[in-house]
Design a protein around this ligand. Structure first.
Ligand SMILES: C=C(O[C@@H]1C=C(C(=O)O)C=C[C@H]1O)C(=O)O
Ligand SMILES: [Mg+2]
Length: 470
């Protein structure tokens, strides 16, 4: 029988300090229970010291919420290939991690994401977000349904730091946690009038026609084409207020913010890419869209219409085929229903097929992200053909829009979603993105209407809905 000695926190710190002296990169974390506090208030309270260094993640139905504050460490990559996924994982593994063994410490986590297409030329607006960028938050608030909230303090030990200094730092940070837990969100200012601009509308409609022709010629099966709109205000855009609206209005979506200096990437996406929880893998195919009804009856009629619509079923089927095949390489016991169900958000309903399996020993979360991205729900089929068409046709830069965002821990668990229904906000301006799956029978005007529905969650959150006269 193996007996493990419980170490005091000071003894743990002494080991970590020794390692750091030897040149090892070390993280020490300590998890403390905190009183019930609203995650949004916690996020707001961190603004004083950590504005520009905050991250917010709330899964559908608020099952799991994580709020990060402070860039304790940044792992980023400018790698313009699929090696970027491995690079992030390798860097994260390089750290030796010590947790406080005297409590239920779950260890540190990384939060971040990747760009949609590393081969697209650089773009000034998206430059800080890099091809992949993950942050180890100094403070991480965690809320799980049915459990008490906790805050994990994570500290990177400096090579010349003493045990006393490290211990004093933890004591000081614990005081700041108390302050974070007393946070209150101040009433958001009424948004100043916006100027809203749609870009290249005629070109976008023409590109849909062009894409359907290429599809009919047999060059490819599906391509997802997106467009952007911008909002310009006379005053800085209230991102915290927008997050509050997303939390309330988009409960079946992942609500997120990745702050990066003066920019915030914010959104509410319904689309899970992959989740790993104790070797259990879950992914979701989400493609095919119809509006919500104004009554329950109309909503159900629309639902039935979507479930029988050949064009939408085709959009969806390509996604299921690709995700299923990709997961077969990483999972055993793969479960996939024969036909789609429906996933509803406040503004739209989608065809939905969940896929689940058991993780193979040799695969990791970021391996799966690498092999799934971009699925035909965001890129197209065949993948490479669709990507070069997007690169050629779309005048804008997607940045992190439609790309994998999420978190990972030290045990191989974590979750990624694809960053749709999103906006990049910088000071007084915001860019909003939406796209649609184009197949042979797509109609440009209808696809345009579909993008309008998909822009609504962010327009509503930013207060721009009333300017939408398009
Ligand atoms: C590309 C987006 O959404 C994707 C496209 C869909 C469609 O065309 O039916 C549905 C869900 C998403 O997979 C977006 O919202 O920007
Ligand atoms: Mg569609």
């Amino acid at each position: 029988m193996i007996t493990t000695m419980r170490k005091t926190f000071r003894e743990t710190l002494a080991l970590a300090v020794d390692d750091a002296k030897q040149g090892q990169q070390v993280i020490v974390s300590r998890t403390i229970p905190v009183p019930h506090i609203n995650p949004l208030h916690f996020f707001a309270a961190a603004e004083d010291l950590y504005s520009g260094e905050r991250t917010f993640w709330m899964s559908p139905n608020s099952d799991e919420t994580m709020v990060g504050a402070g860039n304790e460490w940044i792992i980023d990559t400018a790698e313009q290939s699929n090696a970027r996924f491995t690079e992030i994982e390798t860097e994260w593994k390089r750290f030796k991690k010590y947790t406080d063994s005297s409590n239920s410490d779950k260890g540190p986590i990384l939060m971040g994401g990747f760009s949609f297409d590393p081969f697209k030329n650089e773009n000034h607006l998206w430059e800080p977000y890099k091809e992949g960028r993950f942050v180890l938050p100094s403070f991480l608030g965690v809320w799980k349904k049915g459990q008490k909230p906790e805050v994990t303090i994570a500290k990177v030990i400096l090579p010349n730091e003493t045990v006393e200094e490290a211990e004093a730092d933890f004591t000081e940070r614990a005081l700041y946690v108390k302050k974070l837990c007393r946070g209150k969100i101040t009433a958001g200012s009424t948004p100043a009038p916006f100027e809203m601009n749609e870009h290249h509308t005629e070109e976008w409609l023409a590109s849909i026609t062009k894409a359907t022709e290429s599809i009919r010629n047999g060059e490819l099966d599906k391509v997802v084409l997106a467009r952007d709109i911008t909002l310009d205000s006379e005053t800085p855009i209230d991102v915290q207020g927008a997050l509050k609206t997303l939390i309330n209005e988009q409960q079946s979506s992942f609500r997120f913010i990745f702050e990066n200096g003066s920019s915030s990437f914010i959104g509410a996406t319904p689309e899970r890419l992959v989740q790993i929880k104790d070797q259990h893998v879950r992914s979701a195919c989400l493609a095919g869209t119809i509006k919500r009804g104004s009554s329950d009856k109309e909503d159900q009629l629309l639902e039935r219409e979507l479930l029988e619509d050949q064009k939408n079923l085709e959009e969806h089927a390509y996604v299921v085929k690709m995700i299923r095949e990709a997961l077969l390489n990483h999972c055993s016991d793969l479960q996939c229903p024969n036909g789609p169900g429906i996933y509803k958000t406040k503004n739209v309903q989608h065809l939905y097929t969940p896929i689940e399996g058991v993780l193979n020993n040799q695969s990791s979360l970021l391996d799966i992200v690498k092999h799934l991205h971009p699925t035909p729900a965001l890129g197209g089929l065949p993948q490479e053909k669709a990507m070069s068409m997007i690169r050629e046709i779309e005048p804008m830069h997607r940045g992190w829009y439609a790309a994998p965002i999420g978190w990972l821990d030290t045990e191989g668990n974590g979750e990624f979603a694809v960053a749709i229904r999103s906006s990049l906000v910088k000071e007084n301006s915001a860019v909003l993105y939406a796209g649609c799956g184009i197949v042979k029978d797509s109609n440009p005007k209808m696809e345009y209407e579909e993008t309008k529905m998909k822009l609504r969650p962010m327009l509503s959150a930013l207060g721009g809905l009333k300017y939408d006269r398009t």
